[in-house]
Design a binder for this molecule. Sequence first.
Ligand SMILES: Cc1ncc(C[n+]2csc(CCOP(=O)(O)OP(=O)(O)O)c2C)c(N)n1
Ligand code: SF4
Ligand SMILES: [Mg+2]
Length: 318
Amino acid sequence: MTQKKGKLTKVLDYFKHDDPFSKGVAFCPGCGLELLIRLIPKILGNDIVITGTPSCSAPVLLGQNKQSWHTLSYFGTLMTGAAANATGLARYYKKAGIDNTVVCFNGDGTAADIGFGNLSGAAERNEPFIYICYDNEGYMNTGIQKSGTTPFGASTTTTPAGSIAKGKNLRRMNLALKMAMHKIPYAATATLSNLDDLAKKLLKAKEAKKRGFAFLHVFAPCPTGWGYAPENTVEVCRRAVKSNYFPLWEAVDGKVRMTQTIKKPKPVSNYTELIKKFAHLDEKDLEILQEDIDYEYCMLGGLSVLEAECQLPIPAED
Ligand SMILES: Cc1ncc(C[n+]2csc(CCOP(=O)(O)OP(=O)(O)O)c2C)c(N)n1
Ligand code: SF4
Ligand SMILES: [Mg+2]
């Protein structure tokens, strides 16, 4: 495909490269992860090297029965060491003088929990690669267990809703903010309903990678594990943004800026009503979820105001 020149204004203008995946792949219908993984090389180019771990993405990225689903370079690794593996790849390419982009592409189970230690280490050392966490809020590939990003109240196979418990009784961690606070060159959230925002952030991450570590946290719903109709994936993302359940922001060198502000946010029930994993929640439970969302949004808003208003003191001249 020939590349268009000039300023990128329309969403489609960002999709400059071919889709390296075959038309039918082994994801469930409506999988948010599939939408995302197809978009990344179309925006960043087909010369990226992807590395990732056992997860729902692995069967497609690794291939099956000695056949490949795509034409990209892929390096499969362990959940415990994904970012360490990506570090080795990125350092090798740098030393060999090969100008390419290593994309460490993992689910929330690897990024937030099992592989968080070495993710944090790679960020702190400012290794030159892009880490993308696709967040489907659980360990989907092994049977929908809860992870650190599973929200309060969500029913999973390890936090079931029934007569004894009502889903996860803890609130989710904010992975993207934790990563931003490593003060890396670039950190951002994105999702599949706001494609221009997602595309811009992918390109910014690629640019930031020249200075070091870049992290994207992409909200990627899972119809099979969450219990909603496959055709609703983008609507679920849209409602997540419009209710501030998943706010869109970025941070350069740890300084936070909202990339989308919602003037009149919808109540979280407008989002949860689409999804079966929340179907058992009553008003009181929804209040707890709402309170968590409001608090995090205030926190992000406060940080972004600080970024706008806070100037570093200028040292006095002698
Ligand atoms: C150290 C380790 N623990 C557990 C597993 C088993 N395992 C394979 S895939 C998977 C789920 C991964 O969840 P996530 O990273 O969120 O990806 P998803 O399946 O949701 O796409 C787990 C727990 C493993 N491969 N390695
Ligand atoms: S279980 Fe969920 S994340 Fe995994 S392939 Fe199916 S829809 Fe996608
Ligand atoms: Mg997951």
